[in-house]
Design a protein. Structure first.
Length: 194
């Protein structure tokens, strides 16, 4: 995302903090499609994803003052919020009604078309992350998919896969360490490009 776009997002958050409803509408128009895509991937249900999206923007309206630009960009803040709420929603479902796991390579790209440069960078980053996940050993990949795409806790993964809890924790930890090493060279570049 370009610096001017990040600056514009931060300006919108400042206006929202001052109770400018038009700014909330502009922020929604700018990021809703990407956020909805994330919620749909996690929940597997468009209706629920739309409800979570509305919850997030209601939260933004009430909590704009909590945004801290030192900790990251506005879109990162929004993505964390949508992911957390979607996973919370997923966890409230009865286990029998959980959406099936969506493998990383079958998740469609749903980035905003407003800014082609940011869209392209985002797709490249998503592609890199998918590629890094695909290179993991199958047991580590499965553990990460269950944790991050289905929202399961370590205990739930252990129960679902009939794997000892300690083994699940180790697989998740090792998988995350391998992913971090794989994408580390690109993190500095993304910060520089942003």
């Amino acid at each position: 995302m370009t610096t001017s776009r990040q600056d514009a997002d931060r300006a919108l958050i400042a206006r929202i903090e001052g109770r400018d409803a038009d700014a909330l509408g502009l922020l929604y128009d700018r990021h809703a499609s990407r956020l909805l895509g994330v919620a749909q991937r996690i929940l597997g249900d468009t209706g629920e994803a739309e409800e979570v999206l509305q919850e997030v923007f209601f939260w933004v309206w009430k909590s704009a003052a909590t945004f801290d630009s030192v900790r990251g960009s506005v879109i990162a803040w929004l993505l964390v919020a949508i992911r957390s709420r979607a996973i919370d929603r997923l966890r409230t479902r009865r286990p029998a009604t959980r959406a099936g796991l969506r493998a990383v390579d079958t998740v469609p790209d749903t980035a905003s078309a407003e800014d082609l440069e940011a869209d392209s960078a985002s797709r490249q980053w998503e592609s890199l992350c998918r590629s890094a996940i695909a290179e993991l050993p199958p047991d580590q990949r499965r553990a990460l998919e269950l944790a991050y795409f289905e929202g399961l806790t370590h205990q739930e993964i252990s129960d679902k896969t009939s794997t000892p809890l300690g083994t699940v924790k180790t697989r998740v930890r090792l998988g995350l360490m391998k992913l971090r090493e794989r994408v580390r060279p690109y993190l500095g570049q993304r910060a520089h490009d942003a």
